[in-house]
Ligand binder design. Structure first.
Ligand SMILES: C[S@@+](CC[C@H](N)C(=O)[O-])C[C@H]1O[C@@H](n2cnc3c(N)ncnc32)[C@H](O)[C@@H]1O
Length: 307
């Protein structure tokens, strides 16, 4: 079961106030099991276009959102391509955009997707299993030690990236989640295992690399800010600092007028603010939510409104 995170603050900040809710068009770029989308529609938002890269997620969303009938349309697409998806749906602008980044509980709980080392399964990790892109097994079995260490350090913020990369190369071929976890375990003496399993950061890093997640976030935010109608709002929920930094910087830049260097006496950049920050600081889960849903512990919500 996937419990939608930060649901109450999301509804409070994402739905533009003093607007006829029935006329609002929403785009959920990560529809998943449809939890957030259902809540937006229940709150009176008129129509919703839901995107996901994962056909299994879309099938679940179709069930969850069936009661809303033709107020909902679901499309198999990346949120990075939301402008094309909206246009094909006949929308040239939208009033609400939501991105709830990362992996869902269903994906983690489905062994054959290869996202989690608590199950032994083929090492896949693609959000879209029908895509021709490389799986996590392809990466660990083909990259050089340097390239692997770079992925682990950049996307997993793993301090032992070189040591782990060497252990992975020594254990090749690695085709399953357990084999990868065992290779990482062999690289880190047990007394240095911290609060989280030593393979956690390696799994996160490979998932980000397989799905090219950080560049999708950058492209998705750029597309979303462009697609928003005046007064429309975009909210992004991120789950680790790499994602949150991208969201924070992109929103801050879009909310800034002049971006000339400080020593330039008169503005020459011509940059204009296109949004205002609705949330100056990210919204995080309260104690009740983190107790009920541990996944919410690292969630951060940021929202902007188009000028
Ligand atoms: C955290 S879940 C979303 C859960 C959803 N908000 C709900 O309430 O059920 C993230 C979803 O985003 C999807 N996803 C990841 N990257 C994507 C991308 N670039 N484009 C579209 N969907 C993506 C994943 O397949 C997953 O279903």
């Amino acid at each position: 079961m996937h419990i939608p995170v930060l649901l109450a603050p999301l509804l409070a900040h994402l739905i533009p106030p003093e607007r006829d809710r029935a006329a609002l068009r929403a785009l959920d770029g990560t529809v998943g099991a449809g939890g957030h989308s259902a809540a937006l529609l229940d709150a009176g938002v008129g129509s919703l276009l839901g995107l996901d890269l994962d056909p299994a997620a879309l099938a679940l969303a179709a069930e969850t959102l069936a009661p809303f009938g033709d107020r909902v349309r679901l499309v198999h697409a990346s949120y990075a391509d939301m402008a094309q998806a909206a246009r094909s749906h006949g929308w040239d602008a939208v009033d609400l955009i939501l991105l709830d980044l990362g992996v869902s509980s269903m994906q983690l709980d489905t062994p054959e997707r290869g996202f989690a080392f608590r199950h032994d399964a083929p090492l896949d990790m693609r959000f879209d299993p029908s895509s021709p892109s490389m799986t996590a097994a392809d990466l660990v079995n083909t990259l050089t030690a340097e390239a692997l260490a770079d992925i682990l350090s950049r996307y997993g913020e793993e301090r032992e990236s070189r040591r782990i990369a060497r252990a992975i190369i020594a254990a090749r071929p690695i085709n399953t989640t357990r084999a990868l976890a065992a290779a990482v375990e062999s690289a880190i003496p047990r007394r240095f295992w911290g609060d989280i399993h030593p393979a956690t950061r390696t799994f996160q890093a490979l998932r980000i690399a397989v799905n090219d997640e950080l560049s999708a976030v950058e492209r998705g935010i750029e597309a979303g800010l462009d697609l928003l109608a005046s007064g429309g709002r975009m909210g992004v929920i991120s789950f680790h600092s790499l994602e949150d930094r991208i969201v924070k910087d992109a929103f801050k830049l879009a909310a800034t007028a002049c971006i000339c260097p400080p020593h330039v006496p008169v503005c020459v950049c011509g940059h204009q603010a296109s949004v205002r920050l609705v949330t100056r600081k990210p919204i995080t889960a309260d104690a009740d939510e983190t107790a009920a849903n541990p996944r919410s512990r690292s969630a951060k919500l940021r929202v902007v409104a188009k000028l």
